[in-house]
Design a protein around this ligand. Structure first.
Ligand code: ANZ
Ligand code: ZN
Length: 827
C-alpha cells in the first residue's frame, strides 16, 4: 500500500510527457479534425500568477484534454504579451531595465504554468517583445498604413501625467489612468490613429454571428454606439446673413420644444460668429476655460455655457427665433458638434435651461388622456415648473398638426416633413472613435515609419524590418510628449526610403494592444521568418474555435482583434472575418475574505504554495469545482481540502479494489454510464463543477462496492483525466496497463486514449408507479420515468379519464407533487 504523493508523481509525469511530446500539436493528423482552443496570454507582471489567473487556463486545459480524447487534434498554445506600460512601470520602479525585468518574469510564469500540468505545445510559444515576433507586428501595421488606415492627426488626447504618455479612450476608466489611477489630462498632440471607425458598421453587425456571452456582445455594441437620428438644418441670423447649421438629433419628434441651440466650444462656426457678437471677451474667456477640462468633467460636472449675444437662430419647424449658446457639454467629435436643445425632454438641456432661465416647452405627454397619467411619470410639479426632463416616449402636444401623434411615429412624420423642404436628412452616427496607437514610451514595438522633409511620412522598406528597439540605457519617459527613443541619435537619424535623403524615424512606440491583436495568428506558424504565418497553416487552424479569458477585455482586446481580422480580410491576407467563434469568460476568484485578491490586502492565494501543499491536480480540481465557471466565487480553504480528500479517496479505491472480471455489478455499471453521460455533457457546457460532483458520487459508490470490474475503473480514470491528469496517468499506468493482456498497452498515456462512451440502455431511467390523488383520496395510478418533471406529471394527470370525472368543472386550488411517489389535486 502506498500513499497518494502528488508532488512526486506530478513532477515525474510532467517530465515524461515532455520527453514523449504528448502535448505537441502537428498541423494535421489523418482522420482527425483540428480544433483551436486559445487562452488569453498573460502579461509578465512581477507578481507572477495567482490562482485567479489560472481559472480560465485550467478550464481550457480540461476542454483541450477532453477533446483530444474525443479524437480532435487540438491546438492549445501559450505565450507572453510582453511589451507595455505595466511591465515598464514596474521596471522603472525597481530600477531594472524593462527587458531584463520582462524576461525574468516570463521565466517565472512559464515555470508556474508548467507546474500546473497545462498541456500547452511549448514549441509554439511566442513572446511579443522579441524581434522575431514584432517584425510581423510592424509588417502588419504597414499593411494598414499602405491601405490608408493609419492617420496622423492633431487631436486632444488623454494624457496620463504619471505614466507620461497618451492613453487610448479605452484605457481611461472614469477619467483615471487604467494603470496608475492618476487623473487623466487633455492635451493636444500629433498622434497616430488606426481608422477603426471605418469598421464600426461591420464590427457591430457581425456580432450577431458570434457565440459569445450576451453581456460581452452588448458591451461591444454600446462601445460602438450606433445612433440613428436626423440631421436638421437650422439657420443662424447674423446681421443680414443666413448661415446654415446642421444639428444631430435622435428626437426630431421634440423639435417644437426646441428653445435654443448649443454649439460645442470647438465648433468652427464660432470663428465666423466671434466678431458679430457683443460679448466676444466673455466668449473667449469661456473657450479658454473649457480647454483645460477633460471630457469627463465636461459632461459630468455642472453644465456651463455662454450665450452668443446679438445672434439668433430659427427653429425650422415653427419659425420661432431662438438664442444660440456655446456650452461644453456638447462635444465636437460627436454628431455635428451642435445640438437643438429641448429642455423638457433631455435632462442635460433641462439642467442647462434651468440654470440660465431659458424657456421650456413641453411637447410630449406620457399618455393621451390626463386620467391615465402613471404615478411615476415625472412631469409637471405644483408651480408649473419641471422637476426633471421627461425623456420617454409618449404623445405629441404643442406641435401644431402633429398633436396627438405617438412620438415614435412623429419621428418619421416630422422627419419626412422637414426632409421634403430640404431641411432634414436621416443620419447614423457611431460613438466609436479612431484608435490612438502611438505611445511616447520606451517599452513597445517601434513604429516603422520615417519622416522625410521632402517626401513626407514613408513606410520602412519591408527588407529593413524589423526596426529594432534600441538597447538604450535612458529609457525613462521624457514627459515632453516625446518618446525616450528620440534621445538616441543613432536610432533617430536615417535615410528616406523614397529619395534616400536624410530623414528621421518615428520615435513613438505602438500601443501593446496592437501586439495582441494578431498573436493568435502567429501560434499556427511561430517560427516562420518569411511571413507572419503560412497561408495553408492559417487555413488549417483559424478562426479560433474557442477562446477563454477575462471579461475585462470586452471592449479593448476583443474589439481590436476583430478589427484587425476584418482589415486583413479586406486586404485579402485572411479569408475569414471574425477571429473568435466562441468565447467564454471565467468568473473572478475572490480571496477567502470575499474581496478582490490583491497584494495590499494580503489575500492572494499563491500558486506555488498551493501546489506544494496539495499538488496541481487538487488545485485544478478545486478551481473547476468551486462554483459555476462563469460566476464570481471565492477561495475556500475548506473547499480545496475537500478536493484533496477526494483525490486521496480515488487513490485508495485503486489500491484496495478487488477486481473481478466475471461478476458485473449492475448497480455500479448503471451509475457509471450515467456519470459518463453527465460528465460529457457538462464539460461541453462549461459545467465543470457539476461534472466533478457526479464523479464524487460515483467514487463513493464504487468505494462501497464489494468487487469492481477493471473495465469500470478504467472508464472512471478516463473521466478524471482532464481534471486530474497526473493522478489519472499514474493510476492508469499502475493498474490498467500493467494487467496481463490489457488492451490498453497499445498507446502510451491515458491522455491519448479514447473518451468513454455510455451505453444508452444503461442510462435509461427506471420506471416507477405514481399515485394520483384527488383531495387526498387515491383515484388512479400511472407508470412514469423516475425522473419525470412536475409539469409533465400534471399534463399526464389531467388527460386521464379516471381523473377527469373528479375535476371536471372544478377549479384546481392546489397541486401537491411528491417526486417518485404521488400527485394530489386539491379541488
Ligand atoms: C434633441 C433632443 C431632444 C435630444 C430630446 C435628445 C432628447 P445618442 O443617443 O447618444 O446618439 N447630441 C447630439 N450631438 C451631441 C454632441 N456632439 N454632444 C452632446 N450631445 C449631443 O444621443 C443623441 C442626442 O444627444 C441628440 O438628440 C442630441 O440631443 C444630443 F428630447 O437632440 B438630442
Ligand atoms: Zn524623401
Amino acid at each position: 500500500m502506498s500513499n497518494y504523493n502528488p508532488q512526486q508523481i506530478e513532477k515525474k509525469w510532467q517530465k515524461i510527457w515532455l520527453q514523449k511530446k504528448i502535448d505537441k500539436t502537428p498541423d494535421e493528423v489523418e482522420g482527425k479534425k483540428n480544433f483551436y482552443c486559445l487562452d488569453m496570454f498573460p502579461y509578465p507582471s512581477g507578481e507572477g500568477l495567482h490562482v485567479g489567473h489560472l481559472h480560465g487556463y485550467i478550464a481550457s486545459d480540461v476542454i483541450t484534454r477532453y477533446l483530444r480524447m474525443k479524437g480532435y487534434n487540438v491546438l492549445h498554445p501559450m505565450g507572453f504579451d510582453a511589451f507595455g506600460l505595466p511591465a515598464e512601470n514596474a521596471a522603472i520602479k525597481r530600477k531594472i531595465h524593462p527587458k531584463a525585468w520582462t524576461f525574468k518574469n516570463i521565466e517565472k510564469i512559464r515555470q508556474q504554468l508548467k507546474s500546473v500540468g497545462l498541456s500547452y505545445d511549448w514549441d509554439r510559444e511566442i513572446i511579443t517583445c522579441e524581434p522575431e515576433y514584432y517584425k510581423w507586428t510592424q509588417w502588419l501595421f504597414l499593411q494598414f498604413f499602405k491601405a490608408n488606415l493609419v492617420e496622423r492627426k492633431k487631436a486632444p488626447v488623454n494624457f496620463c501625467p504619471n505614466c507620461k504618455t497618451v492613453l487610448a479612450n479605452e484605457q481611461v476608466i472614469d477619467g483615471k489612468c487604467e494603470r496608475c489611477q492618476s487623473e487623466v489630462l487633455q492635451k493636444e498632440f500629433e498622434q497616430w490613429f488606426l481608422k477603426i471607425t471605418k469598421y464600426a458598421k461591420a464590427l457591430l453587425k457581425d456580432l450577431d454571428e458570434l457565440d459569445w456571452p450576451q453581456k460581452t456582445k452588448l458591451m461591444q455594441k454600446n462601445w460602438i454606439g450606433k445612433s440613428e437620428g436626423w440631421e436638421v438644418k437650422f439657420q443662424i441670423l447674423v446681421d443680414k446673413e443666413k448661415l446654415k447649421l446642421p444639428v444631430f438629433t435622435t428626437r426630431i419628434d421634440t423639435i417644437f420644444g426646441c428653445t435654443y441651440l448649443v454649439l460645442a466650444p470647438e465648433h468652427p462656426i464660432i470663428e465666423k460668429l466671434k466678431n458679430k457678437i457683443s460679448n466676444k471677451r466673455e466668449l473667449e474667456n469661456y473657450l479658454q476655460k473649457t480647454k483645460r477640462k477633460t471630457e469627463r468633467e465636461r459632461i459630468s460636472k455642472e453644465k456651463t455655457g455662454i450665450q452668443l449675444r446679438g445672434i439668433k437662430a430659427i427653429n425650422p419647424a415653427n419659425q420661432r427665433e431662438i438664442p444660440v449658446f456655446v456650452a461644453d457639454y456638447v462635444l465636437m467629435h460627436y454628431g455635428t458638434g451642435a445640438i437643438m436643445a429641448v429642455p423638457c425632454h433631455d435632462q442635460r438641456d433641462f439642467e442647462f435651461a434651468k440654470k440660465y432661465n431659458l424657456p421650456m416647452i413641453q411637447v410630449i405627454k406620457p399618455e393621451k388622456e390626463e386620467k391615465k397619467l402613471p404615478q411615476k411619470a415625472p412631469l409637471v410639479i405644483s408651480d408649473g415648473t419641471y422637476e426633471k426632463a421627461y425623456e420617454e416616449e409618449g404623445y405629441l402636444i404643442n406641435s401644431q398638426r402633429f398633436d396627438g401623434m405617438k412620438s415614435q411615429r412623429a419621428r418619421e412624420a416630422i422627419g419626412e416633413w422637414l426632409k421634403q423642404r430640404g431641411l432634414a436628412q436621416k443620419k447614423v452616427y457611431y460613438k466609436l472613435k479612431d484608435w490612438l496607437v502611438s505611445r511616447q514610451r520606451y517599452w513597445g514595438c517601434p513604429i516603422p515609419l520615417i519622416y522625410c522633409k521632402k517626401c513626407g511620412w514613408q513606410a520602412v522598406r519591408e527588407e529593413d524590418l524589423p526596426v529594432l528597439l534600441p538597447d538604450i540605457k535612458d529609457y525613462l519617459p521624457t514627459g515632453q510628449g516625446k518618446s525616450p527613443l528620440a534621445k538616441s541619435k543613432e536610432f533617430l537619424k536615417t535615410s528616406c526610403p523614397k529619395c534616400n535623403g536624410p530623414a528621421e524615424r518615428e520615435t513613438d512606440t505602438l500601443d501593446t494592444f496592437i501586439c495582441s491583436s494578431w498573436y493568435f495568428l502567429r501560434y499556427v506558424d511561430p517560427k516562420n521568418d518569411k511571413e507572419f504565418a503560412n497561408k495553408e497553416k492559417i487555413k488549417k487552424w483559424l478562426p479560433v474555435d474557442l477562446y477563454i479569458g477575462g471579461a475585462e477585455h470586452a471592449t479593448m482586446h476583443l474589439l481590436y482583434a476583430r478589427f484587425f481580422v476584418k482589415v486583413l480580410k479586406d486586404l485579402k491576407i485572411l479569408d475569414f472575418k471574425e477571429p473568435f467563434l466562441k468565447l467564454r469568460h471565467q468568473g473572478t476568484i475572490l480571496g477567502p475574505d470575499g474581496q478582490k485578491m490583491s497584494k495590499s490586502k494580503g489575500n492572494v492565494i499563491p500558486i506555488d504554495e498551493t501546489i506544494e501543499k496539495y499538488g496541481a491536480d487538487t488545485l485544478r480540481l478545486y478551481e473547476m469545482f468551486m462554483g459555476p465557471f462563469e460566476e464570481t466565487t471565492f477561495w475556500s480553504p475548506k473547499g480545496i481540502q475537500g478536493c484533496y480528500r477526494f483525490l486521496k479517496k480515488v487513490w485508495r479505491l485503486f489500491e484496495k479494489a478487488k477486481i473481478k472480471k466475471e461478476k458485473p455489478n449492475l448497480k455500479i455499471k448503471k451509475l457509471l454510464h450515467k456519470t459518463i453521460k453527465k460528465v460529457t455533457q457538462d464539460i461541453e457546457n462549461f459545467k465543470f463543477n457539476t461534472a466533478i460532483s457526479s464523479l464524487m458520487i460515483l467514487v463513493n459508490e464504487m468505494e462501497k462496492a464489494p468487487t469492481l470490474e477493471l473495465e469500470d475503473l478504467e472508464k472512471l480514470l478516463k473521466l478524471l483525466a482532464p481534471f486530474a491528469p497526473h493522478l489519472a496517468e499514474e493510476l492508469w499506468q499502475k493498474y490498467i496497463t500493467k494487467v496481463p493482456d490489457s488492451k490498453f498497452q497499445i498507446k502510451f498515456s491515458i491522455h491519448s486514449q479514447e473518451w468513454p462512451k455510455y451505453d444508452p440502455n444503461l442510462v435509461k431511467e427506471d420506471k416507477i408507479t405514481l399515485i394520483i390523488q384527488v383531495n387526498g383520496k387515491v383515484r388512479d395510478k400511472m407508470e412514469v420515468p423516475a425522473d419525470i418533471s412536475e409539469e409533465k406529471v400534471k399534463e399526464l394527470t389531467f388527460k386521464r379519464e379516471k381523473i377527469k370525472k373528479w375535476i371536471e368543472g372544478k377549479k384546481i386550488k392546489k397541486v401537491i407533487f411528491v417526486p417518485k411517489k404521488l400527485i394530489n389535486l386539491v379541488v
